[in-house]
Write a protein that binds this ligand. Sequence first.
Ligand code: PAF
Length: 284
Amino acid sequence: MAELPIVRTIAGLREQVRAWRAGGLSVGFVPTMGALHEGHLALIRQARGLADRTVCSIFVNPTQFAPTEDLDRYPRQEARDAELLATEGCDLLFAPTPAEMYPPGFATRIQVAGPTDGLESDSRPHFFGGVALVVAKLLNQVQADVAVFGEKDYQQLLTVRRMARDLDIPTQIVGGSTVRDAHGLALSSRNAYLNDAELSVARRLNVILKQAGLAALSGAPVGQAEAQAAEALLAAGFDRVDYVALRRAEDLGIFPGDRLGAPARILAAAWLGGTRLIDNMAVE
Ligand code: PAF
């Protein structure tokens, strides 16, 4: 297996992408914050199916973390990640330093309205500004034909899509299905924070969301299905629920009249000790 080339500068990245383009090759891109798991690797495989060459970025982006959040303890394991990427046939790892991404004097902010309203923004008001900023930069840097983002972060996916459209970024934004463990728990780098007892509680999240979706599909008022799911999460052992929400899948809009319309998505965020988990799924 060939060793994966790693570039840490925007100039080095552009040089490689330019060379591929000169050879008539298309480019796919998967942005990550590292600590790669099967969910990320599925996105790499998807990107490989969509383009001739695949770039993965690993950058733990400080602008999407609030000062109280887990930036410092976010898992970092670049050597292992690089091996996994090489095994998957990824062609290039872009792993810039914070100084390369945000040099002294950096002053630009990006604010996306619409899909960022509510849900994650209610608990993490800084989050989508940081994500939009770093993703706009990464998309400009890589200049890929297609970029794949996980549906696990569904509100993020819609936000990135909106931003790319609004800023005329010519990269096609594609969603990748959430990968789950045998118990249905959505894979996430933050699952590494959970002890065994927390892990078994975490595995209730997808089950409770599925039940709430089915209740709404059978005619329960949306607000009632959401409230019952939040109660069920607390009863299962979650310490706090930020939200459970049944929304329009297309734009996360609220259903009028408290009745489900199609297509719908159920989304939730809940805390287990110091770990915040999110999940979402189609309601069908
Ligand atoms: O989903 C993530 O891992 C991050 O939010 C992203 C898209 C790589 C931006 O930092």
